[in-house]
Design a protein around this ligand. Structure first.
Ligand SMILES: C[S@@+](CC[C@H](N)C(=O)[O-])C[C@H]1O[C@@H](n2cnc3c(N)ncnc32)[C@H](O)[C@@H]1O
Length: 264
């Protein structure tokens, strides 16, 4: 693809991915405004469900914990999956660490504020992170391009799936994204809830000094793939959150969506 100066931009392969680069680029300093918006959205959808989910999955977690920390209050059990062992190792390090690990504390603080604890104490932050460490069970290597990304025993297994910026980042070929979405939705129980975030109209995003692929998605793309995957029309909510300051990373908007699969 061409960059804005007309030159060729090389899209990296995930063999070149460095978990630490990703953390440093997006999560090491502040809770960026677009991340604030998607986390608030995730909390709002989870609270609105008015129940605790039995089996949750965070798919494509990368080296991050903030979506699991957000979900942990609303699920009895949470699994996490990603394609890269390096990412899962970073997640495992945090899960096995003690409460002094500082990596995700500002996110936990922000999430608690979204839930109404405007100035949470250190103890409240530690309690939520301890709850996450209890609730997360399995860490699985998985490829979203597999028809059954976690094997046949996980078909229609989860009643909650959360996935942030993963499937749209697998390839710049939108047909690949569509297939990955169907594969992901195959793991959702009838009546189950999906919360998904993707980069809006992004063909490549930055991680360290490399660019990784984006599927160049619109709101209509998200709406149609959720319908094709068996979600009910009236449950589908798709929004675009503008983030013009992130143009330096290769995108200026975030797609955030939620939906429920039709009951069986
Ligand atoms: C932009 S990161 C998102 C990480 C994290 N969910 C977040 O919100 O920051 C994209 C993730 O997709 C994962 N990924 C790339 N290709 C994949 C595939 N074929 N199957 C599953 N995960 C994949 C990468 O390993 C990476 O962790």
């Amino acid at each position: 693809m061409a960059d804005s100066s007309g030159g060729a931009r090389i899209i990296a392969d995930y063999s070149e991915w460095r978990a630490r680069d990703y953390f440093q680029t997006y999560y090491s300093e502040v809770v960026l405004p677009d991340e604030q918006a998607v986390l608030a959205y995730q909390v709002e959808v989870l609270r609105a469900a008015g129940k605790r989910f039995g089996r949750g999955l965070e798919y494509g977690c990368g080296p991050t914990l903030h979506r699991a920390i957000a979900a942990s209050k609303y699920a009895f059990r949470l699994d996490m999956a990603d394609w890269l062992a390096d990412n899962l190792a970073a997640a495992r390090d945090w899960l096995l660490a003690d409460i002094d690990n500082p990596d995700w504390k500002q996110f936990t603080q922000y999430l608690l504020a979204c839930e109404g604890q405007i100035a949470p104490t250190n103890r409240q932050i530690d309690q939520r992170e301890a709850q996450t460490r209890k609730v997360v069970r399995g860490l699985y290597l998985s490829d979203a391009r597999w028809q059954q990304p976690l094997g046949p025993q996980r078909n229609e297994f989860y009643d909650l799936i959360v996935s942030g910026f993963c499937l749209d980042a697998v390839s710049d070929d939108q047909r690949v994204w569509r297939r990955c979405m169907q594969n992901l939705l195959s793991m959702l129980q009838p009546g189950g809830t999906l919360i998904i975030h993707a980069l809006h109209r992004c063909r490549a995003y930055k991680c360290g000094d490399r660019m990784f692929p984006g599927a160049d998605l619109s709101m209509d793309d998200m709406q149609s793939v959720l319908l094709d995957g068996g979600c009910t029309q009236r449950s589908i909510d798709v929004q675009v959150i503008p983030c013009p300051n992130n143009a330096i990373y290769g995108y200026s908007g975030i797609l955030t969506a939620s939906a429920q699969k039709a009951p069986g």
